[in-house]
Design a protein around this ligand. Structure first.
Ligand SMILES: NC(=O)c1ccc[n+]([C@@H]2O[C@H](COP(=O)([O-])OP(=O)(O)OC[C@H]3O[C@@H](n4cnc5c(N)ncnc54)[C@H](OP(=O)(O)O)[C@@H]3O)[C@@H](O)[C@H]2O)c1
Length: 290
């Protein structure tokens, strides 16, 4: 199968690159910028004509959109740019997929929900993003659905990997450097290892299940708070930092975040027969790689 990856230099994109090494599929890795040691074909997904050309020329049968505006805080200051990348650009990919008869796997987020409840969120639960980032990602989902292309939308959460910037890498550094640290304990979610998400996407393709279009939740199994997550990171790494739980108000941010963003993955598991790893087991494996 011809598989086109956008945003191939990001966390998810780089995990897909690693998996591609042992795969029989033909991959084309694209990104808006070129990084040393990471060969890519330049593709800005904001450029509709370039997207159409790339999909057509490579005869893409599957497009995995790993490109996005992921800086949640900066999105509050630059809502138009975030909206272009997270909502308009997926429309370009969806139109190109529609024209080529390809399937689009598009990644979304738990931040489309307000997170005011206390039970795991199902796909059909009412959305209501609190942040600009969440609004742009929800708009992206809607654009993809409205296009009529074959699409699998995967909402995920708290993504981390050995690559780029993420919470695990930040806390690994801070718990090594600092004697004391306060971490938010009133936000609950599902840490998700980007390697597991990448593997799940390829497993769906390999097992001939790309026709099962729809919106699904994929996240690390179980749930935790940023505080407990940090404790686990420090424990596994053997760091002795004194970590204290605190409220979100102690760390005022521009973007509001869901207090409870736990994703119910039942539909994903039952539809594709793939079970996400427990978040702590996945974390240990990622820390081993780091
Ligand atoms: N990170 C999380 O915690 C999290 C949580 C839930 C859902 N998600 C979703 O998961 C997906 C993957 O996230 P990630 O953390 O892997 O993202 P990431 O590491 O931020 O990677 C995104 C990639 O997209 C590239 N990109 C930016 N603008 C582009 C453009 N115009 N055309 C093509 N590529 C462009 C970026 O390049 P530059 O770096 O040069 O800008 C970067 O290489 C995203 O849809 C995200 O919204 C992430």
């Amino acid at each position: 199968m011809n598989i086109l990856i956008t945003g191939a230099n990001g966390q998810l994109g780089r995990e897909l690159r690693l998996l591609a090494e042992g795969s029989d599929h033909r991959f084309v890795f694209t990104d808006v910028t070129e990084l040393p040691g990471l060969p890519v074909e330049r593709l800005d997904i904001l450029d509709a004509a370039a997207v159409e050309k790339c999909v057509r020329e490579h005869q893409a049968e599957l497009i995995v959109n790993c490109a996005a505006w992921t800086d949640v805080e900066r999105a509050e200051d630059e809502p138009e740019l975030a909206m272009k990348l997270n909502a308009q650009a997926p429309g370009n990919l969806a139109q190109a997929a529609l024209g080529a008869g390809a399937t689009l796997v598009h990644i979304s987020t738990d931040y489309v929900f307000p997170g005011t409840g206390c039970t795991p969120l199902r796909e059909e639960d009412e959305t209501g993003p609190l942040s600009v980032y969440g609004k742009t990602k929800l708009a992206g989902e809607e654009t993809v659905r409205a296009s009529g292309c074959k699409a699998i939308i995967l909402r995920t959460a708290w993504l981390y990997s050995p690559f780029g910037k993420n919470f695990v890498k930040t806390m690994l550094r801070l718990t090594a450097e600092k004697e004391r640290l306060a971490v938010v304990a009133d936000q609950t979610g599902c840490p998700t290892c980007a390697a597991d998400l990448a593997a799940a996407i390829l497993q769906i393709a390999d097992s001939g299940q790309l026709h099962k279009c729809g919106t699904y939740h994929y996240a690390g199994e179980g749930a935790t708070t940023w505080y407990d997550f940090t404790r686990a990171i420090a424990d596994v790494a053997g760091h002795t930092c004194d970590i204290r739980p605190c409220r979100s108000e102690e760390f005022p941010t521009k973007a509001r975040r869901p207090h409870y963003g736990v994703l119910d993955t039942t539909l994903f598991r039952e539809t594709f027969g793939i079970r996400p790893q427990w978040w702590l087991g996945a974390l240990k494996k990622c820390l081993d790689r780091l």
